[in-house]
Write a protein that binds this ligand. Sequence first.
Ligand code: PRX
Length: 585
Amino acid sequence: MTTSSFPTIQKPDIKEMKVAPNLDYDKVRGNFDWNEMYGELDWLPGGGLNMAYEAIDRHANGRNRDKLAMIWEGKNGEKEQYTFGQMKQLSDRFANVLKSIGIEKGDRVFVFMDRVPELYITIFGILKAGAIAGPLFSAFGPEPVKDRLQDSGAKVLVTQPDLRRKITEIIPELFELQHIIVVNKDNRDPEPILSSDLSYEEEMAKAPPNFDIVETSQYDYSIMHYTSGTTGKPKGAVHRHQAVVQQYATGKWALDLHEDDIYWCTADPGWVTGTSYGMLAPWTNGVTQLIYEGGFRASKWYELIQDYKVTVWYTAPTAIRMLMKAGENIPRRYDMSSLRFLASVGEPLNPEAVVWGQEVFGMPFHDNWWQTETGAILCANYACMDVRPGSMGKPIPGVELGIVDDDFNPVPVGEDGNLAVRPGWPSMYHTYWNNTEMYNSKFKKGWYMTGDNARVDKDGYFWFVGRADDVINTAGHLVGPFEVESALIEHPAVAEAGVIGKPDPIAMEIVKAFVSLKDGYEATDELRRDITRFSREKLSSAVAPREIEFIDSLPKTRSGKIMRRLLKARELGLPEGDTSTLEED
Ligand code: PRX
């Protein structure tokens, strides 16, 4: 099967569309040169390239100075607005703060904050200072934060009081960390800082409002995001300033951003979608974007679309499935007529969800595919192109995708294989921090291997099949089983742990742990609750196991590796496959 049983959703004639799509796919893809796109950027006066300049300053210096860049709504209903001119000045100030404490080109500055305006200002300030920005998801517990700060050797952490308190215990173990800067948004916290910390508000007040951007070249490092693999701790995928050209281009092509749009990306900058498409794609295109600090609530989300007249909405399959579950009556209570283009990423988007978009909003969700490592969208359904529900669309202009077998040779059209990308796309990551070996291992016979399985149909539409490894995708968050297992075995009662992804109708997969206990411990519900609490505090509830099952011993290979594949097969009632390497009891 290379197509789903859902009929193709045909696009109206361009003349009948509210807005003509930016991209004529067949025309552009056939004859495309990235240099054309590089030519649409502004570049620094000295010939360098800086993401913050492309996203903010070039608009602030031109006719968009007073245009709204960010419309922000806080979790308690607070409202703020920032023009490109204001964003420039504030990020200039923050770059000066970093300069005043000795931050230099290439230093790592990490950000651990909720989606408040200061988070965005801080990241642009870091980029202007020539440093590498490392955004951290604010729901993380101390363990993931420690791993990332230690591995990257971060010199500065910018955070907020409640999150600062959450990680107090790990600070003494961060030998390279020199400063903690604490943002006390609207004086939300009565006891914001310790005497050893710096106050963001005080430092910003002292800092000059103009900053000469540190001359970065397109090859200098800009942002790093940690991502999980099958083995070991998460790895820091490092991006370069030149990624911005592809973020800009795909904002135009895959999200069809036009100047007058009001755009809403629901992703958090702790993950790559939140920086590439919650910051760089819209703002390089000079588009106004809504940022909502709060979490998911169906009626609130529809209210935001109505009140801010959102036109382009980029969200994720789990959120769409939760909206579907909440029912069609809720959106009918709101005015959804501003919406013009819907897109989704991060997990497989089931065809029912694509069609549901058509039924409820009068347009399909446009699925697109990419990864932390790819830095930007590589495969997409476009405004100009008919949608085949369940397909992730076609490769963007300037990118070649392939389906290859385990020897890295192309498989025939319609057959499943490994999804691979021809290296050299502009937003390609440049290394895993401190792990060149792992980086090199991703490149085989002239391909970058994505770790996903997919197929392509005879018309060139790509279809996601599944992960080729043990990495779990829960509600769009990649979770490495090893990370979770390592946290679980730190609990005093746990002898061994094996972690798998268990299918789930909403989150696609949930994290399930199989745990064997040390002698003297009894498998009780109370102990299960205690292990759950322990792992949530260490990791975060997004990563910690949703289900824990006690078993006497875990299946292992003779060399002692836990056989997650077998745990999963048993969980799903599937054949156990080859167990010849199983440890003899
Ligand atoms: O397995 C694929 C899945 O998410 C992985 C990338 O996750 P991450 O590095 O966290 O990047 C998230 C930003 C896109 C992929 O290797 N994935 C992503 N998009 C899709 C998808 N799976 C199916 N369909 C998609 N559209």
